[in-house]
Ligand binder design. Sequence first.
Ligand code: ADP
Length: 171
Amino acid sequence: MTVIRTELGDITSKHYADAIVNAANESLLGGGGVDGAIHRAAGPDLLTECRKLNGCKTGQAKITKAYRLPCDYVIHTVGPVWHGGIHGEAELLAGCYKHSLELATEHGIRSIAFPSISTGVYSYPVQQAAEIAVQTVRKVIEEYPDAFDEILWVLFDERTKLVYDGGLQKN
Ligand code: ADP
């Protein structure tokens, strides 16, 4: 049984899971929002490791150690920038969740905490992002029913949390 849930908070502030997911950009060299918070909390060694990864394509994911963060790994994924929804945004966002979770299974990660990928600076509408996030996580769990103890979203504001909770309540 995999528990799926949300929590309000700062994903860097305490131990939520074996791995946290970073909503990175294609350079993997840090940025604003949750990416900036993760690099600040992890310390400079995270950037040193990220420099060796040669970036990451949108919809894909790469893994590093977590350094000073209270977890074992950081999975860096690059969400799509919202350009109106007719440029493959939904498939790319689903890819972020799918590839992050597949990478987690390869590393024996049994619990994973996601932020709301793409809904900050990348402007993806929260409702649509939440639907894709929940659907994709459920699909992966069907495929790997024994892999995860817990998959959660750590959401930075109450409004975003309400939207994800609504998505989880639907069937
Ligand atoms: P993106 O570029 O993928 O849109 P952002 O970091 O701009 O990524 O925003 C993604 C989401 O992460 C937003 O809902 C934002 O409020 C949230 N966020 C920002 N900082 C944190 C944090 N420290 N912990 C959890 N979520 C955060």
